[in-house]
Design a protein around this ligand. Structure first.
Ligand SMILES: [Zn+2]
Length: 114
């Protein structure tokens, strides 16, 4: 795997790209769902708006559960020099599927990891 800009400048990176096991995917997905359900619980105490917010957060929780289940890889403490500007970038944690897209933290060029 390598990091690439849209005009095919490449850079290598340090850090780990991990293929998530089914168990890890379920764990991350449940965490995301519970976070939204936590928001739903808090929304219970907001007068009037709880009619909208509670079902909204419950549904979002389920939506994000499935979204997270599709993320097959994760990044752990990635660091690299941007192929466009050469500045160092660090990414602590990120989940992705097939390819990860992000922006350089200093010149905001779009980068793809694949
Ligand atoms: Zn850059």
């Amino acid at each position: 795997m390598e990091i690439m800009t849209n005009d095919f400048k490449k850079a290598s990176f340090q850090g780990q790209v991990i293929e998530s096991s089914q168990q890890e995917k379920i764990k991350a997905s449940l965490k995301k769902m519970l976070m939204f359900w936590g928001f739903a619980l808090i929304s219970l105490f907001i007068p009037v708006f709880h009619f909208v917010l509670v079902p909204l957060f419950l549904l979002l929780g389920i939506g994000f559960f499935f979204y997270q289940m599709k993320q097959s890889h994760s990044i752990d403490n990635l660091s690299f020099n941007c192929p466009a500007c050469g500045k160092e970038n660090k990414i602590k944690k990120m989940h992705f599927k097939d390819e990860a897209r992000f922006r350089c933290q200093s010149c905001s060029v779009q980068l793809i990891l694949r």
